[in-house]
Design a protein around this ligand. Structure first.
Ligand code: ADP
Ligand code: MG
Length: 306
């Protein structure tokens, strides 16, 4: 099976998606953005052994590479439209590629994104890079830099599940709910869209809440008070780990792909699945409190090239 057969068999669905003038099969894709809208461009790479264990199911890798990019699109308050895929593979196992494509299209169909092109290469490990573009009304994209003193800090969903699930997997144990939270992140696209015009700043949590919130606060030139006892934790994590581990996973675990945003409390009415975890202050950095008392927290969030 050569590269062209792989593309034809697994990735070219001959889609006639809205705005796709020319899709897979030419030197480039031609798309027609909706007149007057701004385009948000995001890209993320998953490397075997770095971002997922080598024995991760192909369908989960396919789903996940779309979901992590959708999470960035969600954090910008944009609507996802089109994506391109650069896929490097050590072997050309048809079953593996078919499963990968099935997972990728499952996420694409769930969120109405069209695959319009890509690149397929041979290499030593599985590397999947996905570029996604989305659109947003001019000047309304959610940035990291708009948070103001006195606003509340919120997160979506529950925190720490993915890191806890991954740690159990590495130990040879398994919790289906927690592992699913790692393998199939829930991209908060609908919440991101509903925050446009309401949230003052937003970021998606990929490297742990503590570090990612710090990035948002720094970009906004403010500080934040974080109440540890308010962190939203799933029943699965609290029943599997003691409180100290839960807090460590929630603050520094990574791979949550939840949103963290700042907003006036009266502006979040009607938005479901969110939890207030703190307040924006005129300090700098993240100040952690437990039941109001300041505590010292050392972050261990994930950083590449440390
Ligand atoms: P070129 O040599 O002009 O870069 P290719 O032969 O690499 O083109 O690709 C042929 C077509 O297939 C292009 O439209 C490209 O975008 C698409 N394509 C290649 N790999 C993939 C992939 N993994 N998924 C989706 N489309 C792909
Ligand atoms: Mg070409």
């Amino acid at each position: 099976m050569d590269e062209f057969e792989i593309i034809q068999r697994f990735f070219d669905r001959q889609e006639r998606a809205p705005g796709v003038v020319t899709g897979i099969g030419d030197d480039g894709a031609v798309v027609l953005p909706q007149a007057g809208l701004e385009q948000v461009q995001v890209i993320d790479t998953l490397v075997e052994g770095v971002h997922f264990p080598a024995d991760t199911a192909a369908a989960d890798i396919g789903y996940r590479v779309v979901a992590v990019n959708l999470s960035d699109i969600a954090a910008m308050g944009a609507r996802p439209r089109w994506m391109t895929l650069a896929l490097t593979l050590p072997t050309k196992d048809a079953v593996w590629i078919g499963d990968f494509a099935a997972g990728l299209f499952e996420a694409a169909d769930e969120f109405d994104v069209a695959l319009v092109g890509g690149d397929t290469t041979r290499g030593d490990a599985v590397v999947a890079t996905l570029h996604l573009s989305g659109d947003v009304a001019p000047g309304t994209a959610l940035l990291r830099s708009g948070a103001c003193t006195g606003e509340a800090i919120y997160v979506t969903g529950t925190l720490g599940d993915a890191a806890a699930g991954l740690e159990l997997w590495r130990r040879g144990e398994r919790d289906d709910f927690l592992l699913h939270r790692f393998l199939r992140p829930s991209a908060r696209v609908a919440t991101g869209l509903s925050l446009v015009g309401r949230a003052s700043a937003a970021i998606d949590i990929s490297d742990g809440l503590f570090g990612d919130l710090a990035k948002l606060l720094q970009a906004s030139n403010v500080g934040g008070d974080l109440e540890i006892s308010s962190l939203p934790l799933s029943r699965a994590i609290t029943s599997g780990f003691d409180n100290e581990d839960c807090v460590r996973f929630a603050l520094s675990g990574g791979d949550d792909y939840e949103l963290c945003f700042t907003c006036s409390p009266e502006d979040v009415e009607g938005i479901d699945g969110i939890c207030r975890i703190g307040t924006v202050t005129d300090g700098n950095g993240v100040l952690c409190r437990q039941h109001g008392k300041v505590i010292d927290y050392e972050d261990g969030g994930y950083r590449h090239f440390q």
